[in-house]
Design a protein around this ligand. Structure first.
Ligand code: FAD
Length: 607
């Protein structure tokens, strides 16, 4: 085993690659990678593959079009995808496909990758796609794991990988506490740059892992865990290349020579930003973001709750405290099974049986955790100088302890490598890599998330928990539920880890996801974000007033993108050329990702 570990090739460093690991996390990255490789069994195909040509264009014409693009952007910036697919791992992620694929890995796959170097080159790519009627799909870093990774929705799309060459931090304003970034700036990169510039008073807000793009994560409405956790809320200003090639700046960015782009998001007139998030209406090339000022102190806390049924009372306690900002950050209420998985060992260490791991086994294993056995854990952080923190911590303690069996875990009793300290880093804006541990629950570990939104109410939390638990049990799957509590709503994020090399397991996941989405919609819950494979189904649940919202989105799509070249099908929004041809992946539909062709381009839509 140790000789295997020595053989682990080094993870690229941030100083070598825009998406590399900061030097301070190198050892952790190596350990994480070794753990993944230790149990990996998926055989790597070595033969060359035929590129996936998108429907609507014949191969010869497609290759000619790529030549045309290579001439415009230089040969080294255009790559055809004809080599064997490499899944890599989180830190060395492919830009060709979803390396955590829930369908076959050849389904959501790129035909070619293009690397623009600036906004003008993004415009060129968009105009090229219109000229040849080729679908394109933007990624910033392509680590959208659980939601599709780097994969395009339409097989054979040309992936526009913005991150590789457009990765500048354009501005950090230490007075206004804002920044302006290009697509390839990761949370790791921004954090390290802030430290390097000595801006000790500036915090960033980070998701569980720091390797994602600030811009990509924000566009997908991702979350982090400081009081600035809702990234979309804290962005201000976009630069966007429209599908027809024009460039716009939103908010104050539309006013030449203004100095308020990153501090006042709205500008004047209709607020356009919303239509560029989770959408296929534009390629974003710059994004402004608020940074949090150092609050002058912070303190993490952890409470555990014994019984599954405690959930109802606990969530009722959380709601008023969160709305009043006594619970200040986007905190996490987790099930203990995920804590077991956070040790990074595969589930076979604890249980070799078929089906979901039984509750009694979970609780038996949980006894050996640093905090002992329990069912729910609340990880939070109080901010500010000691006396301010104490005021809030006392209220929280009094309220949480009303639940029989509740315990406050004294952090000083926890070892330095305990998971608690990773949450402490994340909630204080220090990007980490620890969270990847639970994806090792199965060999060739992949994960997918079921993420419904609900009010912060005990009855809703319990209903969603039951839906998820019932469906996962039916399909023989383990579930890692975490309630991520925003200000007035919460996302239940049910992570399901699977072996991506096991078609039976992938099918079980697929069936389970479809059933949970339907069950939730029947009760009035919708998901905040999803994997490419479930976008059509979820978009279909937002169907009030005879699908009025989707009709509106389709009208916008057809108007902004008359040739339907930009990320067709993203979030269930299909352009006219694809509609009515069976591209939608729904419960009733096939589980291959392609439809039956696209309509020929109409002469009137030539740009
Ligand atoms: P990308 O993959 O580059 O893009 C994300 C989406 O935005 C894609 O749909 C893409 O098409 C679109 N997009 C990207 N760039 C552009 C552009 N320039 N113009 C238009 N559209 C664009 N996520 C969270 O939010 N919070 C978490 O706490 C979290 N925890 C995770 C834990 C684990 C263990 C793992 C594996 C993943 C987790 N994720 C989490 C999911 C994911 O890793 C992050 O959200 C990550 O930031 C997304 O990848 P990215 O930033 O590289 O975005």
């Amino acid at each position: 085993m140790s000789s295997q570990k020595q053989a682990v090739p080094p993870t690229p460093l941030l100083e070598e690659k825009h998406n590399g690991i900061p030097a301070r996390l190198f050892d952790k990255a190596q350990k994480t990678k070794a753990r993944i490789l230790d149990i990996a069994t998926k055989t790597q195909v070595t033969r060359r593959r035929e590129p996936a040509i998108p429907q609507g264009i014949e191969k010869g014409k497609f290759l000619e079009a790529l030549e045309d693009l290579s001439r415009q952007l230089r040969k080294e910036n255009v790559e055809i995808v004809d080599k064997p697919l490499k899944d890599g791992w989180y830190m060395e992620n492919p830009n060709t496909h979803d390396s955590m694929h829930v369908l076959d890995d050849e389904e959501f796959i790129a035909s070619a990758i293009v690397y623009p170097g600036d906004t003008a080159e993004v415009q060129k790519i968009v105009l090229w796609a219109n000229k040849h009627h080729i679908p394109i799909f933007p990624i910033s870093i392509g680590r959208n794991f659980g939601y599709g990774g780097a994969a395009p929705r339409v097989r054979g799309s040309v992936v526009v990988d913005l991150g590789r060459r457009m990765n500048k931090i354009l501005d950090i304003n230490p007075d206004d506490c804002t920044c302006l970034v290009e697509p390839g700036v990761t949370f790791y990169a921004l954090y390290e740059e802030i430290q390097a510039r000595g801006y000790k008073h500036l915090w960033i807000d980070v998701p569980d892992l720091g390797g994602g793009s600030i811009l990509g994560n924000t566009l997908d409405r991702g979350v982090g865990y400081t009081p600035y956790g809702d990234h979309w809320t804290f962005h201000s200003g976009l630069e966007v290349v429209l599908p027809t090639g024009e460039v716009i700046r939103t908010g104050m960015g539309a006013l030449p020579n203004n100095n308020s782009w990153q501090i006042f998001p709205y500008g004047f007139g209709p607020y356009a930003d919303g239509i560029f998030s989770q959408s296929n209406f534009g390629i974003v090339t710059k994004l402004g973001m608020a940074l949090m000022p150092d609050p002058g102190g912070y303190e993490s806390y952890l409470y555990t709750f014994q019984k599954e049924e405690d959930l109802t009372q606990l969530v009722e306690i959380i709601r008023p405290l969160r709305i009043a900002n006594i619970l200040e950050n986007v905190a996490q209420l987790r099930h203990v099974v995920e804590q077991i998985a956070c040790l990074g060992k595969p589930r076979s260490t604890y249980w070799q049986g078929e089906g979901s791991m039984p509750d009694d086994v979970i609780h038996e294993v949980a006894k050996s955790l640093s905090h002992g056995d329990c069912t729910w854990l609340y990880y939070g952080m109080a901010y500010g100088p000691k006396e301010i923190r104490q005021y809030k911590l006392d209220i929280i303690h009094k309220e949480f302890m009303k639940i029989p069996g509740a315990r406050r875990i004294d952090p000083s009793t926890l070892p330095k490598d305990d998971y608690f300290w990773s949450r402490d880093r994340i909630a204080s804006g220090v990007p980490d890599l620890e969270e990847l541990a639970w994806v090792n629950w199965h060999p060739n570990g992949a994960h997918i998330a079921f993420s419904p939104v609900s009010p912060v109410r005990g009855v809703d939390a319990t209903k969603l928990w039951k839906i998820a638990k019932t469906r996962c049990n039916e399909n023989g799957l383990d579930l890692f539920p975490t309630y991520v509590v925003g200000l007035r709503e919460m996302h239940l994020i049910v992570e399901i880890v699977f072996n991506r090399d096991d078609p039976k397991m992938r099918k079980a996941i697929h069936d389970c996801m479809r059933a949970m989405i339907d069950d939730a919609a029947k009760e009035g819950y919708g998901e905040y974000r999803t994997h490419l494979a479930f976008m059509d189904q979820i978009a279909g649940t937002y169907n009030w007033n005879d699908n009025a919202l989707m009709k509106f989105n389709q009208r916008l799509k057809d108007c902004l993108d008359p040739n339907g070249i930009l990320a067709p099908g993203k979030s269930g929004v299909w352009p006219a050329r694809y509609r009515g041809r069976g591209w939608e992946l729904t419960k009733e539909g096939r589980e291959t990702s392609e439809g039956n062709g696209v309509a020929p381009p109409s002469a009137s839509t030539k740009l």
